[in-house]
Design a protein around this ligand. Structure first.
Ligand SMILES: *Cc1c(COP(=O)(O)O)cnc(C)c1O
Length: 397
């Protein structure tokens, strides 16, 4: 990997024909340090947001030493990259063979579940192990989040008593976990979910050792800006302190997006303009899956040596494949005089961007470069690293 100072400098110097992934290790370090220092409990990085081994190592170095994994490939990746790391296997539906490999070959001791069947599977696959931390996944509302995670997994709090009691019998440590949905726009999401956790604990009358509030911590996107995670941490801490749980209980969280979004962005080239539609060289089958399928607005900026003086206009994007659905509606705000040959930086693709790429239609093979400039927006501008860098600015999105 080559190192450049900035996205603009790189685009000007290299004039890349393929899309280029930019990596900002300092941004990921800052995010990790923030969680390690300020979250009032333990942070598990949710690997699915971006399973890059370099990123996982950076997070480790800054104090995020626990990882939420959801597939055996993620288990193997983290176990080989960081043999000392603690893994939590938080997919509530797993193959028995996979549980067995995770437990016996990779030392995984933390598992989630949301049914009696899964509890039985874990019991069989671990040969009745007595050293497990088992977290029952509650279904909670996604009403405060931009991306729902409320239908696939989780048991309703008022139906969880039997499962909590059965899990208690078998678990060394009993946990309750949930996910409020991704990009939760208010701390209230967690407060409401903790009320559900309280109801489940009271109804089951069990001693609970772990409260895991999951992911959902927001990053900065146009129209969905988050400015500060501290109020989330404060609200979670207060709600946690009031729960009827064991004196020695632990508080956990599983941030994916908030730890990885600022780590990567993308430089794309405009290949054609048709009115307000720009044909660019990455898209729905590349790093822009969420822009196409869940209408996610990533921040964009034109990379031109001499800044454009034209007013911003709303554009939509077509990706490079020959597929009509390779379309990102936007609107993405860019100067009205943008034209073929121009380069655009698309920000915040470290989470659920780079991780979603496919090779469909022969696209998806760009280079990766490290840059040292600031991400297009940041939540962590106040976090100092050993090597001081200029204070981050939150750009107009
Ligand atoms: C996806 C996922 C996360 C991460 O969610 P973010 O919204 O990216 O923070 C955490 N925990 C579980 C169980 C997940 O499935």
């Amino acid at each position: 990997m080559h190192k450049h100072h900035s996205a603009l400098g790189l685009a000007t110097a290299l004039q890349p024909v393929q899309p280029v992934t930019l990596i900002r290790p300092h941004a990921a370090r800052r995010a990790a340090r923030f969680f390690a220092e300020k979250f009032p409990g333990r942070s598990f990085y949710a690997v699915k947001a971006n399973p890059s081994a370099e990123l996982i190592r950076l997070l480790w170095e800054e104090g995020v030493t626990h990882y939420d994994v959801a597939s055996i490939v993620e288990v193997r990746l983290v176990a080989t990259t960081l043999p000392e790391a603690t893994l939590a296997f938080m997919n509530p539906v797993k193959a028995e063979e996979v549980i067995r490999e995770a437990y016996f070959e990779h030392g995984v001791r933390i598992f989630s579940l949301d049914s009696m069947e899964e509890l039985e599977k874990i019991r069989r696959a671990t040969d009745g192990a007595e050293d497990l931390s088992l977290c029952v996944r509650l279904r909670v509302s996604s009403e405060f989040s931009e991306l729902s995670l409320a239908s696939k997994f989780g048991i309703e709090a008022h139906e969880a008593a039997d499962l909590l009691m059965a899990t208690r019998q078998f678990a060394d440590a009993l946990g309750i976990c949930f996910h409020v949905g991704s990009q939760a726009m208010t701390p209230m999401a967690y407060v409401k979910a903790m009320e559900q956790a309280r109801a489940a604990i009271v109804a089951a009358g069990v001693t609970v050792d772990i409260i895991d509030v999951g992911g959902g911590f927001p990053s900065c996107y146009p129209g969905r800006e988050a400015y500060d995670l501290q109020p989330y941490f404060d609200a979670i801490h207060r709600a946690y302190e009031s729960l009827p749980i064991s004196y020695s209980a632990e508080l956990w969280c599983e941030p994916g997006r908030a730890l990885s979004a600022e780590y990567s962005s993308l430089i794309v080239r405009v290949e054609r303009r048709r009115g307000n539609e720009l044909y660019i060289n990455d898209g729905a089958y590349g790093a822009l899956f969420d822009a196409a399928h869940v209408d996610w607005r990533f921040p964009v900026q034109l990379l031109r040596d001499k800044a454009s003086r034209a007013q911003d206009l709303g554009f939509s994007f077509y990706g490079p494949t020959c597929d009509d659905s390779d379309f990102m509606a936007g609107p993405f705000m860019l100067p009205a005089d943008i034209q073929p040959g121009d380069y655009i930086e698309i920000g915040m693709l470290g989470a659920y961007g780079c991780a979603m790429r496919t090779q469909f239609n022969g696209f998806g093979n760009g280079a990766t470069h490290v840059v040292t400039d600031e991400p297009m927006a940041t939540l962590y501008g106040d976090i100092a690293l050993e090597a001081e860098r200029p204070a981050a600015t939150v750009l107009k999105l």
